[in-house]
Design a protein around this ligand. Structure first.
Ligand code: NDP
Length: 285
């Protein structure tokens, strides 16, 4: 039997409706959620991401500003801009698009963003609050994964979740969020022994690796939920995930496609974080 498709676009659309409602509620108090996006350099993919974020703001009635800086911008200048944005009341969320040029230390940039405006959820205080279970701005892709599971009616509590990948932006926060939802969590990486055997034990598989079609059908427990975070460009120009989609869908119970799965959720969760930051700034829970 073929797996049920988890339609990221449809779920993202549902959440965007909720964000619109929240935005209208804030408007009654004279507040418009605001997002500042900073792009350093001219990486073509980053330019597309930044444009999409500005477009999402427009669609949802957010205020947005985009700062495009030349790639040779000194780190101090970038930090000064962040400091101005930290102080600006119209801006509730700040996002500095990665990758950054080599001469800029990513950690210095993340640390410089005010914790309450860190809508990427990368600041150590937000990461720490996630780990200890306090309220935090959550990293967007992992937050999107949890929303997809919940809104698809996939049980998490008591299930074994295997996360492949341990990056700070996807793997680790996804594992922490699954743990917070009471899954039993295993985190795998490039040194994991017998990866297929570990994945075979999973009720929920999250693949965040960046290797096309790494996860095979015979790694999957029949009926498992498979969340494919990977975005890989094949030589023919097509996009594919980390999961061998056509084969795995015959075994899994649920599966996310690439594109149209996790991708649309990430930007939507960024908007949800910006709304949350704006609500907090307005003194709402
Ligand atoms: P990173 O390169 O930072 O991390 C990749 C992880 O995969 C590392 O932990 C690495 O292990 C592990 N890994 C690499 N090879 C193997 C292997 N053969 N077996 C098991 N584990 C392996 O990537 P990101 O986390 O940033 O991104 C992962 C993928 O998700 C990429 O394709 C990226 O484009 C995509 N992505 C998609 C998003 C979306 O919105 N859909 C958002 C963010 C990312 P180790 O730590 O040992 O090196």
């Amino acid at each position: 039997m073929s797996a049920r498709l988890i339609d990221g676009k449809a779920i993202a659309g549902e959440i965007r409706e909720e964000i619109r409602r929240g935005t209208r509620e804030l408007a009654e108090r004279g507040v418009t959620p605001g997002l500042a996006v900073v792009l350093v350099g001219d990486d073509p993919a980053s330019q597309i991401y930044v444009r999409n974020k500005a477009r999402a703001c427009e669609e949802l009635g957010f205020y947005s500003e985009v700062h495009r800086l030349p790639k040779e911008t000194p780190q101090d200048e970038l930090l000064e801009l962040i400091s101005r944005l930290n102080a600006k009341s119209e801006v509730h969320g700040i996002l500095v698009q990665s990758p950054l040029p080599d001469h800029i230390r990513e950690k210095a940039v993340i640390d410089a963003i005010a914790v309450h405006k860190d809508v990427d959820g990368f600041h150590p205080v937000n990461v720490g609050n996630l780990v200890i279970g306090d309220d935090a701005l959550l990293s967007c892709t992992p937050a999107g994964i949890i929303e997809m599971l919940k809104r698809s009616g996939i049980p998490i509590a008591g299930r074994h979740a295997v996360v492949i990948g341990r990056s700070n932006i996807v793997g680790k926060p996804a594992a922490m969020l699954l743990l917070r939802e009471h899954a039993t969590v295993t985190v795998c990486h490039s040194k994991t022994a017998d990866l297929p055997d570990v994945v075979r034990q999973a009720d929920i598989v999250v693949a965040a690796v960046g290797r096309p079609k790494l996860v095979k059908a015979d790694w999957i427990k029949p009926g498992a939920a498979v969340i494919d975070v990977g975005i890989n460009r094949l030589p023919d120009g097509k996009l594919c995930g980390d999961v061998d989609f056509e084969a795995v869908r015959e075994v899994a119970g649920w599966i996310t496609p690439v594109p149209g799965g996790v991708g649309p959720m990430t930007i939507t969760m960024l908007m949800a974080n910006t709304l949350k930051a704006a609500r907090r700034a307005a003194g709402l829970a």
